[in-house]
Design a protein around this ligand. Structure first.
Ligand SMILES: C[S@@+](CC[C@H](N)C(=O)[O-])C[C@H]1O[C@@H](n2cnc3c(N)ncnc32)[C@H](O)[C@@H]1O
Length: 277
């Protein structure tokens, strides 16, 4: 039984990093491919109203999107992300935070094919309603980890977002196994896998397990938020990028530096990372 609801966390710093990277990943692929397939293995419900009970409970967005809304500097990835969010909201002032399905639905054109997996019964119903009029989208109420590989057509360029809730501890192991398969069999896929940094030992182990796969196509993008050794809470978040172009990696380098300046805890002495592993 799944209890995680993304509404409690929508628009937080982790969403900001993930969605900027997702937008840039899509844009970098569309430079060279007229159409792509997109698979979102853990889609959520689509949109999250700032006034909902979930969002109002922890108000995680106040340390995330709210701190970025008045961004006045020059990073193009951040500026474009804000423009996308405002356009989806149809207003300069946002009333809801758009999740990955909304963002991709907005960005994509009719030649792209979008596939969404969501296991939670209520969330999937909301998502189906939300995407009902989108003819390039299909929503499945199935386990995304288990079924997404069967939707990959090796002849098409495919972007995959794997964004588990890590409610189940073995999600970390599943991520490593999935990367192994992608690395061995799916060279036409670009994948982004989101992960939370919960503590430094486990995070090092997770990264080491990925390093051991021996791929030269994997980049770690990580944004520390608090001192890693504090006992509670998420200390940061990251994205394991598989088969990202140098255009995308360079954009993310600049962007992560900028986000770090905006979000860093004053006690934080750890630098953000965008590095091949
Ligand atoms: C972090 S949220 C997704 C957020 C979304 N990708 C976004 O960026 O807006 C994770 C979602 O995955 C769903 N979920 C958990 N395990 C799943 C699985 N094995 N297959 C598909 N969905 C799953 C949860 O119900 C939750 O809605």
């Amino acid at each position: 039984m799944l209890s995680y609801k993304h509404g409690y966390h929508a628009g937080n710093q982790a969403d900001v990093l993930k969605h900027i990277c997702l937008i840039q990943a899509y844009k970098s692929l569309k430079r060279y491919h007229n159409s792509i397939s997109y698979i979102d293995t853990h889609a959520g419900s689509g949109n999250y109203s700032f006034k909902s009970d979930y969002m109002a409970k922890n108000k995680e967005y106040e340390n995330g999107i709210s701190k970025l809304e008045s961004y006045k500097y020059e990073n193009q990835s951040i500026k474009f992300y804000l423009k996308v969010l405002r356009n989806i909201n149809n207003s300069k002032k946002m009333t809801f935070y758009p999740g990955s399905p909304s963002i991709m639905s907005y960005l994509s054109d009719s030649s792209d094919k979008l596939i969404f997996y969501e296991l939670h019964n209520n969330e999937v119903e909301l998502l189906k309603k939300h995407l009902a009029k989108k003819i390039n989208s299909k929503v499945y109420n199935k386990d995304g980890f288990e079924f997404f590989l069967e939707k990959i057509n090796q002849k098409e360029k495919t972007l995959v977002l794997i964004d588990p809730s890590y409610e189940i501890k073995d999600d970390f192991e599943k991520v490593v196994k999935t990367l192994k398969i992608l690395n061995e069999e799916y060279e036409n896929v670009t994948a982004m896998i989101w992960y939370p940094v919960l503590n430094i030992e486990n995070n090092d182990l997770f990264i080491e397990n990925i390093r051991k796969l021996g791929s030269n196509q994997i980049t770690r993008i990580e944004l520390p938020l608090k001192k890693y050794n504090e006992e509670v809470g998420m200390k940061g978040s990251g994205i394991i990028l598989f088969n990202g172009s140098s255009f995308l990696i360079n954009n993310m380098k600049d962007c992560v530096k900028e986000l770090y300046q905006i979000y860093k805890d004053e006690n934080c002495n750890i630098k953000p990372k965008v590095q091949r592993i």
